[in-house]
Design a protein. Structure first.
Ligand SMILES: Cc1cc2nc3c(=O)[nH]c(=O)nc-3n(C[C@H](O)[C@H](O)[C@H](O)COP(=O)(O)OP(=O)(O)OC[C@H]3O[C@@H](n4cnc5c(N)ncnc54)[C@H](O)[C@@H]3O)c2cc1C
Ligand code: SF4
Lengths: 519, 184
């Protein structure tokens, strides 16, 4: 069945729901095609096992074993996307993240500066509600103070804070998109650590609490179980005319639109663009630069664990943590790797799941595991080191020879963390262990290298030959095609990306709204 | 919390899943499904026995907590609705292929090295074998990568033993749910 709308948005996650709200509120007819189910808060059960329904089963990407981008861990399925069960840690990118090439001769400059995005950060934080202590965050760039008071500390937060202090390091309450008191009709957090299963009371600022309700109220139509496979173009290949998608019955449909916003998460965005190849665009859509898929990045991360004599109350608080340290955010260090790194400490944990207590010692089984579990639930602390990755042309998304149920190639991930990221990772692990030792940990261990967040693949830039979109996330090649999400970031920073992708998406949606008739 | 309420939520966290007892569909926890002799949909007897023995060796209590019933029930539902840890690991559904070939590999490997199925090994020998497969793909292992199979079976065992309201209680951690999983 073929239908029409003014704007079709692919994906009802963090970026897609922002576009949907802003454009529907501007009176545009908006349809959001979402590949997964129509989750609502009442579907979010406090269970690590049930949280896995929020994940895709079929691989969307062919991924080598070992350290890669961890697509299935990082992606989400259904309304809210990965942001539905994200942890809400929302630091801002720093000024130098936007101009690493001109300042240091590394990375790639953004076509934007921090000051261009600052008003959008401020507006997003007022919309969603961020808790933090701006003054205590001595590293934070300019910005409005947070609308909500900071998160409280529980025992493990106190213990780890002391460890940082004894190493001469500063901490601040972690800035989070979580309500420390009621805000705009939403309830305050209960500090029970079920964020990864999705917060059904709306304390955590996921798409279900702000931008999806606003979009629906303004008349946007959200259509679940609608898997977009290709973007359609006119005969001359100059404009997008809509999208091809498969509905819950497996039927092929087309939805025609004046504008297409691709917000299906970084790797899937690349896959859809590459699968949209045509006579006019033999290498894929919006790919005249040959850079669709290139410069894909992640954050090399490790969880660092300590066992203490004290009761650490590690079941209390947020999965996102309690305190942040960005003392090592400066890009350049003598004889050291380039780039930023940060620690987030005091992450609440549950006994099971990928980031749970049992998995922290995957080598243990039998009675040794049982003994460990009984101690760890009471005495373990949890912190994470997050390192900046560098944009490398060799790290990329291609099309795989494996196909999905509709006969379209999956994405193929070709990725190896950059040498700088790896070296920062090692530094972060070593320093984290010293912090834990200073705090008095009796046993210290760390997880293997992980990949948190997926960034890049459709980067923005001023030059059409060197980037896929302009600063408004509008593709250079196709005027009426926009890309939402962290895929447009030319550098990764060490800061978690979701606050920044809300800011870039808001800027982009506003540009589209204001130039709707002329684009 | 009253005793009645406590016994009602016993084992949830995993929710009540659909099992077949004496020909009728009943909503049960995997633990209760095992206690009531619910029939298996996917795994055969040998696979059930092996799943229980391996699960128990990985996490004490897994057998009684219904690990075989949990995995079997999960293998019978649409992969997108599955609650299994394997979803994070980019394995192509149907997941039954992964479990079935993994179980076969485990038994074959045990037979090759010890001349007996895994279920007949004494604890010490079983533990040594598990250590080997947890960190390497030993010669003669034919199936999914041995460490991944170890990790998935261990995760499923952790889920049924520790990842339930009852499991939390045993560990002394308050469960503090917002919404408990429904009966499906
Ligand atoms: C466990 C976890 C914790 C995290 N914690 C943090 C954190 O603390 N701080 C932070 O900054 N970030 C965090 N993140 C990352 C954050 O979730 C992502 O940065 C963010 O969700 C990305 O937004 P997006 O709009 O690009 O993608 P998503 O929010 O994932 O939305 C993409 C949407 O597109 C849909 N979709 C996919 N393919 C198709 C298709 N073909 N057709 C139609 N629809 C499709 C998906 O179902 C999904 O709804 C976390 C992620 C995870 C997994
Ligand atoms: S800890 Fe707070 S934000 Fe997380 S699930 Fe509980 S109430 Fe929601």
């Amino acid at each position: 069945m073929n239908k029409t709308t003014e704007i079709v948005i692919v994906g009802a996650g963090a970026a897609g729901s922002m576009y949907a709200a802003m454009l529907a509120e501007a009176g545009k007819s908006v349809t959001v095609l979402e590949g997964g189910p129509p989750w609502r808060p009442a579907d979010l059960y406090s269970s690590q096992q049930w949280a896995r329904r929020l994940k895709w089963a079929e691989p969307h990407a062919e991924e080598p074993a070992g350290v890669s981008l961890w697509f299935n861990f990082n992606a989400g399925r259904g309304y809210g996307g990965a942001a539905l069960h994200h942890f809400g840690v929302w630091p801002r990118f720093h000024e130098e993240d936007f101009k690493e090439s001109s300042l240091y001769g590394k990375g790639i400059d953004w076509p934007l500066e921090y000051q261009d995005l600052r008003p959008y950060y401020d507006r997003v934080q007022a919309d969603i509600g961020i808790a933090g202590d701006a003054e205590a965050e001595i590293w934070r760039p300019d910005g409005d103070p947070y609308p909500l008071p900071p998160v409280p500390r529980f025992a493990q937060g106190d213990i780890l804070k002391k460890g940082f202090e004894l190493r001469g390091m500063h901490t601040a309450p972690v800035p989070v998109a979580v309500l420390t008191r009621p805000y705009k009709g939403r309830s305050a957090c209960l500090w029970d650590g079920w964020c990864e299963a999705g917060c059904p009371i709306g304390a955590l600022g996921n798409p279900l609490v702000e931008y999806i309700p606003r979009a629906e109220k303004a008349g946007a139509v959200l259509q679940p179980h609608s898997q977009v496979t290709r973007i359609l173009t006119d005969k001359r290949g100059r404009r997008a005319t809509g999208v091809e998608y498969y509905d819950a019955q497996g039927e092929r449909n087309e939805l025609h639109a004046e504008f297409v916003v691709l917000a299906a998460f970084g790797i899937e965005n690349c896959r859809i663009l590459l699968n949209s190849a045509s006579d006019r665009h033999p290498d894929g859509l919006a790919n005249s630069s040959g850079l669709v898929g290139a410069y894909v990045m992640s954050h090399a991360s490790a969880n660092l664990f300590g066992m203490f004599d004290a009761d650490t109350q590690n079941h209390m608080g947020l999965n996102g943590g309690q305190i942040i340290n960005q003392d090592r955010f400066g890009k350049v260090r003598q004889d050291g790797p380039f780039g930023s790194r940060q620690f987030i400490a005091g992450l609440a944990v549950k006994p099971n799941d990928l980031l749970g207590i049992a998995m922290s010692r995957a080598d243990l089984f039998g009675t040794k595991l049982d003994d460990f579990m009984h101690r760890a639930v009471r005495n373990m602390t949890n912190m994470v080191t997050i390192s900046e990755d560098q944009p490398l042309r060799s790290n990329r998304i291609e099309l795989s020879r494996h196909q999905d149920a509709h006969g379209l190639p999956l994405a193929k991930i070709v990725y190896k963390a950059s040498p700088d990221a790896l070296a920062l990772w090692h530094d972060g692990v070593a320093e984290g262990k010293k912090i834990l030792a200073a705090a008095g940990a009796k046993e210290i261990w760390n997880s293997p290298q992980g990949a948190q967040h997926i960034i890049g693949g459709t980067i923005m830039g001023d030059e059409p030959a060197e980037s896929v979109t302009n600063k408004y996330s509008q593709t250079h090649d196709i005027d009426n095609l926009f890309i939402g999400g962290a895929g447009v970031f030319p550098t990764a920073s060490a800061a978690n990306p979701t606050f920044t992708l809300h800011a870039t998406s808001m800027l982009s949606a506003e540009y589209l709204r204001d130039n709707f008739d002329s684009l | 919390m009253t005793t009645t309420r406590r016994s009602f939520i016993r084992g949830t966290g995993l929710g009540l899943l659909s099992f077949t007892v004496a020909g009728s569909a009943v909503m049960l926890t995997p633990r209760d499904a095992r206690a009531r002799g619910a029939s298996f949909q996917v795994l055969n007897n040998e696979e059930v026995e092996l799943t229980e023995a391996f699960g128990e060796a990985l996490v004490p209590g897994a057998r009684e907590s219904g690990i075989a019933h949990f995995i079997d029930q999960q293998l019978s539902v649409d992969a997108n609705d599955a609650l299994l840890m394997i979803k994070y690991f980019n394995v192509q559904p149907p997941y039954v292929d992964f479990y079935r070939t993994g179980l076969t590999a485990l038994n074959n490997y045990s037979r090759t090295v010890h001349d007996k199925p895994f279920t007949a090994l004494d604890d010490e020998t079983a533990n040594a074998l598990i250590t080997t497969i947890s960190n390497s793909i030993p010669e003669g292992w034919e199936g999914p990568p041995a460490p991944l199979f170890y990790l998935m079976m261990r995760s499923d065992a952790v889920d049924v033993v520790y990842g339930t309201v009852e499991g939390f209680e045993r560990l002394g951690v308050p469960y503090r749910p917002h919404i408990l999983p429904p009966d499906l």
